[in-house]
Ligand binder design. Structure first.
Ligand code: GDP
Length: 174
Protein backbone atom coordinates (compact mmCIF):
# COMPACT_ATOMS: atom_id res chain seq x y z
CA UNK A 1 0.00 0.00 0.00
CA UNK A 2 1.09 3.55 -0.47
CA UNK A 3 2.46 6.01 2.00
CA UNK A 4 2.44 9.74 2.12
CA UNK A 5 5.84 10.86 3.36
CA UNK A 6 6.27 14.20 5.07
CA UNK A 7 9.88 15.29 4.70
CA UNK A 8 11.89 18.37 5.50
CA UNK A 9 14.71 19.55 7.71
CA UNK A 10 14.02 19.78 11.44
CA UNK A 11 11.67 22.45 12.78
CA UNK A 12 9.86 23.30 9.55
CA UNK A 13 6.56 22.04 11.01
CA UNK A 14 6.28 18.41 9.87
CA UNK A 15 4.79 17.15 13.14
CA UNK A 16 2.37 20.07 13.30
CA UNK A 17 1.24 19.28 9.75
CA UNK A 18 0.77 15.61 10.58
CA UNK A 19 -1.32 16.56 13.62
CA UNK A 20 -3.52 18.72 11.38
CA UNK A 21 -3.87 16.01 8.76
CA UNK A 22 -4.95 13.49 11.33
CA UNK A 23 -7.05 15.88 13.37
CA UNK A 24 -5.54 14.68 16.60
CA UNK A 25 -2.33 14.87 18.55
CA UNK A 26 -0.26 11.86 17.61
CA UNK A 27 3.21 13.34 17.62
CA UNK A 28 5.13 15.82 19.68
CA UNK A 29 5.91 19.36 18.62
CA UNK A 30 8.20 21.72 20.44
CA UNK A 31 10.27 24.82 19.83
CA UNK A 32 13.46 22.79 19.95
CA UNK A 33 14.63 21.41 16.62
CA UNK A 34 14.91 17.69 15.98
CA UNK A 35 12.19 16.57 18.33
CA UNK A 36 10.89 13.98 15.90
CA UNK A 37 12.90 11.04 17.11
CA UNK A 38 10.75 8.27 15.75
CA UNK A 39 8.98 7.47 12.57
CA UNK A 40 5.33 7.96 13.36
CA UNK A 41 2.52 6.39 11.38
CA UNK A 42 -0.92 7.81 11.30
CA UNK A 43 -3.97 6.56 9.45
CA UNK A 44 -6.68 8.87 8.21
CA UNK A 45 -9.91 7.00 7.52
CA UNK A 46 -12.20 9.94 6.78
CA UNK A 47 -14.82 9.68 4.06
CA UNK A 48 -14.23 6.04 3.14
CA UNK A 49 -10.62 6.63 2.24
CA UNK A 50 -7.58 5.36 4.07
CA UNK A 51 -4.40 7.35 3.89
CA UNK A 52 -1.29 6.34 5.76
CA UNK A 53 1.02 9.16 6.74
CA UNK A 54 4.67 8.73 7.54
CA UNK A 55 6.31 11.48 9.54
CA UNK A 56 9.94 10.93 8.67
CA UNK A 57 12.60 11.74 11.20
CA UNK A 58 14.31 15.00 10.25
CA UNK A 59 16.69 14.44 7.40
CA UNK A 60 19.85 15.33 9.25
CA UNK A 61 22.36 16.61 6.81
CA UNK A 62 25.55 16.48 8.78
CA UNK A 63 26.16 12.84 9.50
CA UNK A 64 28.56 13.42 12.36
CA UNK A 65 26.77 11.32 14.91
CA UNK A 66 25.76 7.71 14.47
CA UNK A 67 22.18 8.46 15.51
CA UNK A 68 21.91 11.00 12.70
CA UNK A 69 23.19 8.48 10.19
CA UNK A 70 20.56 6.01 11.35
CA UNK A 71 17.79 8.58 11.16
CA UNK A 72 18.92 9.59 7.69
CA UNK A 73 18.71 6.02 6.55
CA UNK A 74 15.27 5.55 8.09
CA UNK A 75 14.07 8.73 6.41
CA UNK A 76 15.28 7.77 2.95
CA UNK A 77 14.32 4.11 3.13
CA UNK A 78 10.77 5.11 4.03
CA UNK A 79 10.61 6.80 0.62
CA UNK A 80 10.93 3.49 -1.20
CA UNK A 81 7.24 2.63 -1.34
CA UNK A 82 5.95 6.15 -1.10
CA UNK A 83 2.98 7.28 -3.19
CA UNK A 84 3.35 11.00 -2.56
CA UNK A 85 5.91 13.19 -0.84
CA UNK A 86 5.10 16.40 0.99
CA UNK A 87 8.32 18.41 1.07
CA UNK A 88 7.89 20.98 3.83
CA UNK A 89 9.96 24.16 4.00
CA UNK A 90 9.71 27.02 6.51
CA UNK A 91 8.72 30.12 4.57
CA UNK A 92 10.06 32.36 7.34
CA UNK A 93 13.44 30.77 7.63
CA UNK A 94 15.43 29.46 4.73
CA UNK A 95 18.60 27.37 5.04
CA UNK A 96 20.91 25.42 2.77
CA UNK A 97 19.65 22.25 4.46
CA UNK A 98 16.39 22.64 2.52
CA UNK A 99 18.40 22.26 -0.68
CA UNK A 100 20.11 19.16 0.72
CA UNK A 101 16.74 17.56 1.45
CA UNK A 102 15.63 18.47 -2.05
CA UNK A 103 18.69 16.70 -3.42
CA UNK A 104 17.49 13.48 -1.79
CA UNK A 105 14.07 13.81 -3.43
CA UNK A 106 15.34 14.24 -6.95
CA UNK A 107 14.82 11.11 -9.00
CA UNK A 108 11.76 9.94 -7.06
CA UNK A 109 9.01 8.76 -9.38
CA UNK A 110 6.08 9.79 -7.18
CA UNK A 111 4.51 13.25 -7.10
CA UNK A 112 6.22 15.73 -4.78
CA UNK A 113 4.23 18.59 -3.28
CA UNK A 114 6.23 21.59 -2.08
CA UNK A 115 4.50 22.93 1.04
CA UNK A 116 5.69 26.37 2.10
CA UNK A 117 4.78 26.43 5.77
CA UNK A 118 4.27 29.17 8.37
CA UNK A 119 2.75 31.58 5.85
CA UNK A 120 0.86 33.09 8.80
CA UNK A 121 4.21 34.55 9.87
CA UNK A 122 5.73 35.59 6.56
CA UNK A 123 6.11 39.35 6.50
CA UNK A 124 8.06 39.78 3.27
CA UNK A 125 6.61 37.44 0.66
CA UNK A 126 8.90 38.84 -2.04
CA UNK A 127 11.96 37.56 -0.18
CA UNK A 128 10.71 34.04 -0.77
CA UNK A 129 10.72 34.29 -4.55
CA UNK A 130 14.43 33.62 -5.25
CA UNK A 131 14.25 30.49 -3.08
CA UNK A 132 11.15 29.28 -4.87
CA UNK A 133 12.73 29.92 -8.25
CA UNK A 134 15.75 27.92 -7.20
CA UNK A 135 13.67 24.97 -5.96
CA UNK A 136 11.56 25.00 -9.11
CA UNK A 137 14.69 24.93 -11.26
CA UNK A 138 15.93 21.84 -9.41
CA UNK A 139 12.91 19.60 -9.79
CA UNK A 140 9.36 19.42 -11.07
CA UNK A 141 6.80 19.72 -8.28
CA UNK A 142 3.31 18.34 -8.68
CA UNK A 143 2.04 21.34 -6.71
CA UNK A 144 3.48 24.30 -4.85
CA UNK A 145 1.28 25.16 -1.90
CA UNK A 146 1.54 27.84 0.80
CA UNK A 147 0.24 26.43 4.09
CA UNK A 148 -0.09 27.19 7.76
CA UNK A 149 0.21 23.88 9.56
CA UNK A 150 -0.52 25.68 12.82
CA UNK A 151 -3.78 27.25 11.64
CA UNK A 152 -4.69 24.49 9.23
CA UNK A 153 -4.75 26.76 6.18
CA UNK A 154 -4.63 24.78 2.92
CA UNK A 155 -3.97 21.51 4.75
CA UNK A 156 -7.16 20.06 3.25
CA UNK A 157 -5.54 20.35 -0.20
CA UNK A 158 -2.81 17.92 0.87
CA UNK A 159 -5.43 15.47 2.11
CA UNK A 160 -7.26 15.71 -1.23
CA UNK A 161 -4.11 15.07 -3.26
CA UNK A 162 -3.16 12.15 -1.04
CA UNK A 163 -6.52 10.58 -1.82
CA UNK A 164 -6.14 11.32 -5.50
CA UNK A 165 -2.77 9.58 -5.66
CA UNK A 166 -3.74 6.63 -3.50
CA UNK A 167 -6.58 5.25 -5.63
CA UNK A 168 -6.09 1.73 -4.28
CA UNK A 169 -7.62 2.97 -1.02
CA UNK A 170 -11.03 2.50 -2.57
CA UNK A 171 -10.50 -1.25 -2.34
CA UNK A 172 -10.26 -1.02 1.44
CA UNK A 173 -13.58 0.77 1.82
CA UNK A 174 -15.69 0.09 -1.27
P1 GDP B 1 9.23 19.42 12.80
O1 GDP B 1 10.54 19.33 13.52
O2 GDP B 1 9.46 19.64 11.34
O3 GDP B 1 8.32 18.26 13.07
O4 GDP B 1 8.51 20.78 13.30
P2 GDP B 1 7.36 20.95 14.39
O5 GDP B 1 6.06 20.49 13.88
O6 GDP B 1 7.85 20.41 15.69
O7 GDP B 1 7.28 22.55 14.45
C1 GDP B 1 8.41 23.34 14.80
C2 GDP B 1 7.95 24.69 15.36
O8 GDP B 1 7.28 25.44 14.33
C3 GDP B 1 6.92 24.55 16.49
O9 GDP B 1 7.20 25.55 17.45
C4 GDP B 1 5.60 24.79 15.80
O10 GDP B 1 4.62 25.32 16.67
C5 GDP B 1 5.99 25.82 14.75
N1 GDP B 1 5.06 25.81 13.59
C6 GDP B 1 4.68 24.71 12.87
N2 GDP B 1 3.81 25.07 11.90
C7 GDP B 1 3.63 26.41 12.00
C8 GDP B 1 2.85 27.37 11.25
O11 GDP B 1 2.11 27.07 10.31
N3 GDP B 1 2.96 28.67 11.64
C9 GDP B 1 3.74 29.06 12.67
N4 GDP B 1 3.78 30.36 12.96
N5 GDP B 1 4.49 28.19 13.40
C10 GDP B 1 4.44 26.88 13.07
Amino acid sequence: CGFVAIVGRPNVGKSTLLNQLLGQKVSITSKKPQTTRHRILGIDTDDNYQTIYVDTPGLHIEEKRAINRLMNRAATSSLGDVAMVVFVVDGTHWTKDDEMVLGKLRGLKCPVVLAINKVDQIKDKEALLPHLEFLNSQMQFAHVLPISARKGDNVEKIREWARQWLPENEHFFP
